[in-house]
Design a protein around this ligand. Structure first.
Ligand code: ZN
Length: 390
């Protein structure tokens, strides 16, 4: 049944085409993860031309057809403004992800002290310093001095207040929902100390959140493995996990979680059961793999459109693929294992659907067994690595 998932370990299966849920169900069945089968951001809905209601209906139809009778959720992802809320509430979403990233001041790490003090004027120094300075014991996540407290406040203060306003509006409009705060798409990483600050302040403002997505160090790009040093990330994840354990009331959330195979063992180790992982574009790439195998001409049209559209379409994403690094297409399915090709195809999905959506969906209907089996195998790999404990 559609319901909030609370603190259960959970996994988000974004599905841009509205056709992937049977494969997702086959992969998640029997694992410890509670699934989110409908998960779409405002940005994705704009690019796919789907409404929150359509996304919900597609997932629900597949859930009923498969006889899935355990809890599942629907995630209204990356909501940025109060105006974003109503269509998702009306469609019965159970999980609301608020992204106040536009209110994060990314310059706060490097402002001069004078600039910092000017920007701090709105905040209550007496209150903040009483709360965060002079904490007597050294914690894993570090400790504040006056300057770092001021920087954290300037960096995240407005964003925290915006998230709280979104939460309060939601409480007026509906009840019984999961609430996530995500700052994963900001320019600079969320240090463990900043993460501690965000959680403390959200709680102080009465925001009851189920999960929180910091921006971790290194690069979590779309549809490809982690880019960065795993040992450094490992050490950092220990500290984030210590903050989560300290409060004990919510889960950590990993966005852009598709295909981060090298990272899963680390988060399984450090986060344990307090885990939520989101994926989206990788299901679309599995659809393209079906084309590469069975309808190569259509795949090549989408690929060459992707090449044309990449520089434009990448602007709202954190990706680093280079067009001159793309593999040649003589050996087709393997292009879908290439870092550059995956990112180019991933971020140009809106352009591809606008031009070839009808043909793409027809091909997937024709080869649906191959699509569902591809998805099952692909996500079984994700979930297995996330379940294994060292
Ligand atoms: Zn995100």
């Amino acid at each position: 049944m559609l319901s909030p998932l609370g603190l259960s370990p959970s996994f988000g299966f974004g599905d841009r085409l509205g056709l992937a849920t049977p494969g997702h169900i086959a992969a998640v069945r029997g694992t410890k993860f509670a699934p989110i089968f409908a998960q779409q951001s405002v940005r994705e809905n704009t690019r796919t031309g789907r409404t929150p209601q359509q996304v919900m209906d597609d997932a629900r139809r597949a859930v009923e057809a498969a006889g899935w009778d355990l809890p599942w959720g629907a995630d209204a992802d990356h909501l940025k403004t109060l105006e974003d809320l109503p269509p998702f509430i009306e469609a019965g979403y159970t999980f609301f992800t608020v992204d106040p990233g536009e209110h994060v001041d990314n310059g706060a790490d490097t402002y001069s002290l004078d600039v910092l003090k000017q920007k701090f004027v709105d905040s209550n120094w007496d209150e903040l310093s009483a709360l965060y300075l002079n904490q007597n014991s050294e914690q894993v996540w570090g400790h504040f001095d006056s300057e770092s407290l001021m920087r954290a406040t300037v960096k995240y203060g407005k964003a925290i207040r915006h998230a709280a306003a979104m939460f309060q509006r939601l409480c007026q409009m509906t009840d019984g929902f999961d609430f996530e705060v995500s700052v994963d798409e900001t320019d600079s990483p969320t240090t463990p100390l900043e993460y501690f600050f965000i959680v403390s302040e959200l709680r102080r403002l009465g925001v009851r959140f189920t999960s929180l997505a910091p921006r971790f160090i290194g690069r979590f790009e779309k549809g490809v493995d982690y880019v960065g040093d795993l040992d450094t990330l490992d050490a950092e994840l220990v500290k984030h996990a210590a903050v989560t354990a300290h409060f004990g009331t919510y889960k950590l959330s990993l966005h852009s979680g598709s295909d981060k195979f090298s990272v899963y063992p680390l988060i399984a180790k450090h986060w344990g059961e307090r885990i939520h992982v989101k994926t989206a574009g990788t299901s679309y790439l599995e659809a393209l793999r079906v084309l590469a195998n069975h309808e190569p001409d259509l795949f090549l049209k989408i690929y060459s459109l992707g090449r044309e559209r990449y520089e434009m379409d990448r602007r709202t994403y954190h990706v680093s693929a280079k067009l001159d690094m793309l593999p040649n297409t003589n050996d087709l399915p393997s292009a879908l294992d290439d870092f550059h090709a995956r990112e180019v195809l991933h971020v140009t999905f809106g352009s591809a659907l606008a031009q070839f959506g009808v043909e793409l969906k027809a091909a997937l209907a024709k080869y649906e067994t191959a699509y569902f089996e591809g998805l099952r195998i692909h996500f079984a790999k994700h979930l297995r690595l996330l379940e294994e404990q060292e």
